[in-house]
Design a protein. Sequence first.
Length: 448
Amino acid sequence: MSQLPRIALLGRPNVGKSTLFNRLIGRKKALVDNQPGITRDRHYENITINGHEITLVDTAGYDVGSREELARQLNKVSEAALQEADAAVLVVDGLDGVTPVESSLAKLLHKSGKPCLVVVTKIDAKAAEKTPMESYSLGLGEPVAVSAEHNIGVYSLEQAMLALVASKLQEEGDKTEDDVLRVTIVGRPNAGKSTLVNQILGQERMLTGPQAGLTRESLSTRWEYNGRTFELVDTAGLRKKARIDDRVEKMSASSTIEAIDKAQIVILVLDATAPFEQQDRTIASRVVNEGKPLIVALNKWDLVEDKNATMLDVKWLLSHSLSQVRGVPTVTMSALRGKGVMDLFPVIEKLYDLWNIRLSTADINRALEGLIDSHAHPLNKSHKFVKIKYGAQLGQRPPTFGLWCNRPEDVTDAYLRYLQNGFREVFGLDGVVIRFVTKGGKNPYANR
Ligand code: GDP
């Protein structure tokens, strides 16, 4: 087997590189000490991010004499490490800021042409606030701010690191769990779930019939479409309950919940001749509350007479029963006849990509500024200003944004909804849940 993707951690001694290394590998291996230069060897450790194995290389740093001497020596060590690495992470001490040594290492990185990123450490400290902004000057893109000690920002860093070696991973054809788009199909008995699955797989994997619950096989199947791997999550629990004694299958709450938890995309199959009964609404809310992308498959469309009226009904019900999400995609189909079934796939892909979207801090703040300009937050009960100063994306799946405010507890739900809708417009985020988290205090990045 060929070598795993390799990422080198570069930086001066004592910038927090070893603490970060330990945090990433999840155990204390390298010695950490406040004495400069204690990490004497180059360490190789394999870590797993989203199921991908990566080799992390911690470069040695000896603190030697003058700054020039240190830079010379670091450049030598780093150059060697870079040569054998696929990508690099330049670690900048949040407290010290950008020094000539970092600039010199950045030059080296530019020259190598390898993917790299800047990480600013010790971001929990107040004195580190300005460093991320300062680090832009290195010309290596948006820095990732972390506190390895307090485990802040480490998840984002891992995702960014994974992106650095994405092409290498792809080269390896290394298909792991996270490349697989896990889809689950849920819905009331008889809505046509099995028929839909059969159509998708193009074969009679399961039995369907006029009575519910004929399907006994559990199912978890993978297939390829448009260069992506899809996996159908096992929803057997939904179907196999029924007995031959005509007992009507009850949708087991726990198995639905389990199926939803495992899924990345949930397709709720509705019988279009009786759409959105209480049970359907319960499932839909569950999916949305979990922050999972939801697609409504309006099945048995062939039996619907007034198609316009039905569509309007469904849209109305969707927007009124699921306030957290706007524009839930709805696909009409006749699973029985195989009509409309393949229309699901582009919708799944688009929604999945939105769910994973990563917006730049600059874009977020530009959007926020515009929205606040056209509609400022009302004064609070004591007639004080409520100001949102800064925003940044905190996470994905679903997209989650932090809003740094002077009075976070006074931000109204109505205003958050306004911002949410604004974000949907600006960034085209219809169909996925987006979350806002209000935060107090100074923003963790620099003052602007
Ligand atoms: P499940 O319980 O949700 O898995 O539902 P099944 O797939 O077993 O389908 C229940 C019944 O509805 C079967 O008799 C299917 O033939 C029928 N059915 C499924 N999809 C359609 C459709 O698009 N149009 C029509 N007319 N009947 C369908």
